[in-house]
Design a protein around this ligand. Structure first.
Ligand code: KG4
Ligand code: ZN
Length: 318
């Protein structure tokens, strides 16, 4: 069975994952070196610090992924890595390292778009709508059978994850703050009215919400109540825009992915409104296995296309 290695170094985590099998795919390893310790120290991701850490950690992370998967370098059939978008330092470290391995082993290298990785983490067959909610992105895209995506709703300003992180920082929570805000929200006692954001437009906007939460905290409103207000406002905004996207495209099936899709409250609310699919929790935030899964989808598509053209040309010749 074919073995694919995937790597993502587009932001603050050095990640390598290994999967086996094109049809029945098994994740053999999914190793992550988290840079949270630096992000906590500096209050966010510092590109130069992050790039240097990727450089130090890429080799040990790769060796650990091989070790956990219990395979040798020569067992790998395809090498895949995120080639964008992301922080340029990290992207260069990851893609150069993985391309070098592919060259040494004389095996194919497959460059992957970071969002294709998140989309593949849901392990669903297209067509579907992909709601990608992470620290870097908040968008709804139509993902079709040719594995290309057309964005129907994007953010006008911040991403959903960014708002969780920035409000969490004001509250004194560790970075990244999303999961901590989720925990805090369970202790809320006072429930504030939820605003309608970008009413009637197919676009996300989160920056007004950030300002509103900041003002609530400055007024002395309890952090747990603000946490619930923030989480509920984001959820209601996502539901509102998903409803519009479903109406526009006629597509009911929705894959929800990206770090924020780990939020249990958001999962529950989206599932009660739509036909939703989510990644397993370990595949929500950036990871190498999702890049290997996206590469696997591309390999399968190429095989299908090859078969189609062979059948087509043999029909033409006969
Ligand atoms: O997908 P990801 O690892 O990185 C990007 O591609 O941006 O997403 C990280 C984001 C962070 O903003 C983090 O706060 C958020 O995902 N996140 C959550 C939860 N777990 C992670 N947000 C809300 N609730 C969670 N449980
Ligand atoms: Zn991501």
């Amino acid at each position: 069975m074919q073995i694919i290695l995937g790597c993502d170094t587009s932001c603050d985590d050095t990640t390598v994952g290994i999967i086996r099998g094109l049809d029945h795919t098994e994740i053999l390893s999914n190793v992550k070196f988290s840079q949270d310790i630096f992000s906590i120290k500096y209050g966010g991701v510092v590109p130069e610090v992050s790039a240097r850490s990727h450089l130090e950690e890429i080799k040990p992370t790769f060796l650990k992924a091989l070790n956990v998967a219990d395979i040798k370098l020569s067992d790998i059939d395809f090498f895949a890595c995120t080639v964008g978008p992301g922080l340029i330092g990290g992207l260069l470290v990851g893609s150069t390292f993985i391309k070098t391995l592919a060259k040494l082993e004389n095996k194919p290298f497959i460059g992957i778009h970071h969002l294709e990785g998140h989309i593949a983490s849901c392990r669903q067959k297209p067509p579907f709508l992909a709601l990608i909610i992470s620290g870097g992105h908040s968008l709804i895209s139509l993902y079709d059978e040719s594995l290309s995506f057309t964005t129907v709703c994007n953010t006008l300003d911040d991403s959903a994850g960014e708002v969780f992180d920035k409000i969490g920082r004001i509250m004194g929570l560790p970075f990244p703050a999303g999961a901590h805000i989720e925990d805090l929200a369970t202790q809320a006692q006072i429930f504030f009215p939820i605003p309608k954001i970008t009413h009637g437009r197919l676009a996300f906007s989160f920056s007004g919400l950030k300002t509103k939460c900041k003002q609530m905290l400055e007024k002395g409103i309890n952090a747990a109540d603000v946490a619930f207000f923030l989480q509920e406002s984001i959820t209601s905004h996502l539901v509102d825009k998903l409803r519009m996207a479903v109406e526009l495209t006629g597509i009911q099936k929705i894959s929800v992915c990206g770090g924020v899709s780990a939020n249990k409250y958001i999962r529950k609310e989206l599932s009660s409104n739509f036909n939703c699919f989510f990644p397993s929790l370990e595949l929500c935030t950036d990871n190498g296995a999702m890049i290997a899964l996206a590469a696997k989808d591309k390999i399968l598509l190429k095989q299908d296309l090859k078969k189609y053209f062979e059948e087509f040309s043999s029909k033409c010749l006969s």
